[in-house]
Design a protein around this ligand. Structure first.
Ligand SMILES: *[C@@H]1O[C@H](CO)[C@@H](O)[C@H](O)[C@H]1NC(C)=O
Ligand SMILES: *[C@@H]1O[C@H](CO)[C@@H](O)[C@H](O)[C@H]1NC(C)=O
Ligand SMILES: *[C@@H]1O[C@H](CO)[C@@H](O)[C@H](O)[C@H]1NC(C)=O
Length: 410
C-alpha cells in the first residue's frame, strides 16, 4: 500500500495536470484519473483534428520509426493562420512526462506556443514520445505486453529524440530549433551532452529545466523516491504506468483519504503554486491527459532524486549494470559536455516545485563555462511548472522571448 501510494505521489509530481488556479477542482479528491478516463477524446481523431485545424491552421499528421521499432506520431503546423510562405525554420517542441503534443495546444491560438511560433513564420513540429496515446505502436510489440514498456528516459534520449530530429531534418533540410519542457529538457541536455544531434541542431530553449532533482520542495516525494525506488519495480513488473488505470486511481484515492493528507494542498505543494492557469484550459487538459508512461521511467527519475547524480538507469546490481553498460555502475551524463557554443535559452520559475530554483542553480553551475554570449537565462518569479505550458500570459512572459531568441540568430 505504502509502496503504491508513494509511486503515485512520485508520478503526480511530474504530472502536468494536477494543479488548478482557483480551487475549482479542490473537491475532486482522488478523481483526477477517473475524470480524464471518462472524457478522453476518441483515439481515432488525431491531434491535428482535435485541436489545430479547428482553429483554422493547416496541420499534418506524421509517423516515423525509431531504431528500436517504435512508431511515433508528430504534428506539423507548417505556416501561420493567415498563410504566407512555407519553408520557415523548423522548431521541434518536446513535451514532458505524462503529457503529449496536445499539452501545448490547450490554450487559445493567441496564447499557445506552437501557433504563436507558426504565426511568426516558423515551421512547427510537435513530438509525441513512445507510450503516449498516439505513439503506442511498434513493429512487433503491443502495449499489452510488458516488453513494450521496457524503457526509461535513456531510451527517449537514445531513440525517440534522434528519430524526431532525423525526421524533421530530412523533411525540411534545415537546422532545427528545439524547445523542451520538464523531462523534455532533461532528454535534450542528456543527448546534447553526448554530442548527438549536433549537426541538426540550431539552438535550444529549455523551459522548467530538469536535471538535478534533489531540492524539490516536496519532502514526501523525496522520501518516497528514496525509500521505495527498489520496490516499485517489483510491484509493477516494469510495465505500463497508466495514471488513468483503475489501480492507480484506487491508490490515489487511498492516498487522498489518508488522515492528514489534503490532496489539494498536497498537489499544490508538489507542483508549485502556478499563478496563471485558466480553469477552462484545465478542463480541456483533463479530457486529454495524463498519458501513460513506463514504470521504469519513473524508477529512473526516482533514482535521480535518490542519488543526486544525472546518470543512466541503474539496474541495481553490478552484474546487470555490467551486462548493459560494460561497467559496474551506470554511466553518468556529463551536462558540462554540452557544446559551449550552442545557443541556449533557459527559463525557470521562482515558484516551480519540480524544477526547483536550487536545482536550477546546480544546473547553471554545470554550464558556467558556456560561452556567455550564447546563453540566455530568464527567471520568472511568480511562475511555477505548468505556467510555462498553459499560463494565460505565457506569450508575454516567455514565448515572445523564445521567438526573439530564435529570430535573433537568423
Ligand atoms: C533521411 O533520408 C535518407 C535519404 O532519403 C534516408 O536514407 C534516411 O533513412 C532518412 N533518415 C531519417 C531519420 O528519416
Ligand atoms: C480561458 O479559456 C476560455 C475557453 O477557452 C476562454 O474563453 C477565456 O478567454 C480564457 N481566459 C483567459 C484569461 O485567457
Ligand atoms: C565533464 O565534462 C567537463 C567538460 O568537458 C570536464 O571538464 C569534466 O571533467 C567532466 N566531468 C566528469 C565527471 O567526467
Amino acid at each position: 500500500m505504502q509502496v503504491m501510494a508513494s509511486l503515485v505521489v512520485l508520478g503526480l509530481c511530474f504530472m502536468v495536470l494536477a494543479v488548478e488556479p482557483d480551487g475549482a477542482y479542490g473537491s475532486s479528491r482522488g478523481s483526477l484519473a477517473g475524470n480524464s478516463a471518462a472524457a478522453a477524446a476518441p483515439v481515432t481523431n488525431g491531434i491535428c483534428a482535435i485541436s489545430v485545424t479547428t482553429h483554422g491552421y493547416k496541420c499534418e499528421e506524421h509517423e516515423l520509426k525509431t531504431d528500436d521499432g517504435y512508431i511515433l506520431n508528430m504534428q506539423r503546423i507548417p505556416e501561420g493562420r493567415v498563410g504566407g510562405s512555407r519553408g520557415g525554420q523548423p522548431v521541434l517542441i518536446q513535451h514532458g512526462i505524462f503529457a503529449d503534443a496536445i499539452t501545448w495546444l490547450l490554450n487559445s491560438p493567441e496564447q499557445n506556443l506552437p501557433m504563436i511560433l507558426a504565426d511568426n513564420g516558423f515551421d512547427v513540429w510537435i513530438s509525441n514520445t513512445r507510450g503516449t496515446r498516439f505513439s503506442q505502436k511498434h513493429i512487433s510489440l503491443n502495449p499489452v505486453q510488458p516488453e513494450f514498456w521496457d524503457w526509461s528516459w535513456d531510451e527517449l534520449v537514445a531513440y525517440d529524440l534522434p528519430a524526431f530530429f532525423g525526421y524533421v531534418f530530412n523533411q525540411t533540410g534545415q537546422k532545427i530549433h528545439y524547445i523542451g519542457h520538464s523531462l523534455g529538457t532533461l532528454m535534450a541536455m542528456a543527448s546534447f551532452s553526448e554530442g548527438h544531434q549536433a549537426d541538426m541542431l540550431q539552438s535550444a530553449a529549455l523551459l522548467s529545466p530538469i536535471a538535478y532533482l534533489s531540492h524539490m520542495k516536496t519532502a514526501l516525494v523525496v522520501l518516497a523516491a528514496k525509500a521505495f525506488v527498489g520496490e516499485i519495480a517489483t510491484m509493477f513488473g516494469l510495465a505500463e504506468f497508466n495514471p488513468k488505470g483503475p489501480e492507480v486511481s484506487a491508490f490515489l484515492k487511498d492516498l487522498c483519504d489518508n488522515p492528514g493528507v489534503n490532496c489539494y494542498d498536497l498537489v499544490s505543494a508538489i507542483s508549485g503554486k502556478n499563478c496563471c492557469l485558466n480553469a477552462s484550459t484545465i478542463d480541456f487538459a483533463l479530457q486529454n491527459e495524463p498519458q501513460s508512461t513506463a514504470t521504469k521511467n519513473l524508477v529512473h527519475l526516482a533514482q535521480i532524486v535518490r542519488d543526486g547524480v544525472i546518470k543512466k538507469y541503474d539496474y541495481g546490481n553490478p552484474d546487470d549494470n555490467m551486462k548493459h553498460y560494460g561497467e559496474a555502475k551506470p554511466p553518468v551524463y556529463n551536462i558540462s559536455n554540452i557544446d559551449r557554443e550552442l545557443r541556449l535559452f533557459i527559463s525557470y520559475g521562482g515558484l516551480d516545485a519540480l524544477s526547483d530554483v536550487e536545482d536550477v542553480g546546480l544546473l547553471l553551475d554545470l554550464l558556467k563555462l558556456h560561452d556567455v554570449n550564447k546563453l540566455s537565462i530568464q527567471n520568472i518569479k511568480d511562475y511555477a511548472h505548468l505556467d510555462f505550458i498553459m499560463g494565460v500570459n505565457a506569450k508575454d512572459m516567455v514565448y515572445n522571448q523564445v521567438v526573439k531568441f530564435f529570430k535573433y540568430q537568423q
